[in-house]
Design a protein around this ligand. Sequence first.
Ligand code: SF4
Ligand code: SF4
Length: 351
Amino acid sequence: MKRTPTVGEILQAKGVSRRGFLKYCATTASILALPPTMIPRIAEAIESARRPSVIWLSFQECTGCTESLTRSATPTVEGLIFDAISLDYHHTLQAAAGDQAEAARHAAMEENNGDYLVLVDGSIPLANPGFSTIAGISNVDMLRETVAGAKAVVAIGSCAAFGGIPGADPNPTGAVAVSELVTDKPVMNVPGCPPIPIVMTAVLAHFLTFGELPALDKHGRPLAFYGTTIHDRCYRRPFYEQGRFAETFDDEGAKAGWCLYKLGCKGPITYNACATTKWNSGTSFPIEAGHPCLGCSEPDFWDKGGFYEPLSTGNFDSGAKLAGAAAVGAALGAVAATAGRRRQAKYTKEG
Ligand code: SF4
Ligand code: SF4
């Protein structure tokens, strides 16, 4: 039988130097919020690991999650990670089609029974399974069949993690999240619309290194990336504390880079890593470009609405209810900062 090369051998064959490899391990430790003492363990684990099989299923989605991943610049940690896995099935990226593609999925499942990872983007329709089929198989059946022999499942993007846009009111397809159907396997949610590329690949790095999923929060999200709010790490936070807010998108406050709270920023109640890892290989993130956070990595973010209304107005759904106490504070600058901190603590406590 042909011997499967280790990840270390694959990286070496691709010309990755020892120095470059250790740098990559240090970056991985850093993005996973692991101490530097873990770098040798990561190096040893990755070097000796056999390429894990990954099956990626796409259901009710827009392909934005795949676009986010594949548009990342190279060479990056993301690129290295995708050299280190065996992506055996992916509708958008695979060369195979039709029966050949389905045969590849079955072969990967049989050869790696109990060890492969299933990544899912998109929600699953239950109102009428015929709403979405692949190779004549309903999404719900394909999900159940594929995860049966999986070691773990990762729901990529807010649609797979929480139902997302397809699951928004009135949810005509009866869309549900992966975790509502998969209850007998470890399921990790990596929400975002789309998620940040390095967040997607870092969780794969963790799986490669430790053979299991990382620590998760109450919504099944990896704590390393979803442990703090956008607001906690936002570089505009000093303006929030000083009560300096942009009132319109083109006023003097906006030009001066003041806080976007009054323009509807949901950063105070949104857990994601945009303010730290940023997008486009660490170039920027929406708030840095002058746009408020819409809260895309939180459950039901679309139905909460009020994208350009301050949290304090109470004119939108659950997010507003959490924020009601800040109604007067927002207008009063420093008072808003205090109320915001209280609201954030309440949200964290009650979810
Ligand atoms: S409200 Fe938004 S723009 Fe203002 S500090 Fe918080 S996250 Fe940044
Ligand atoms: S800034 Fe907010 S809305 Fe934008 S991608 Fe990050 S979490 Fe989503």
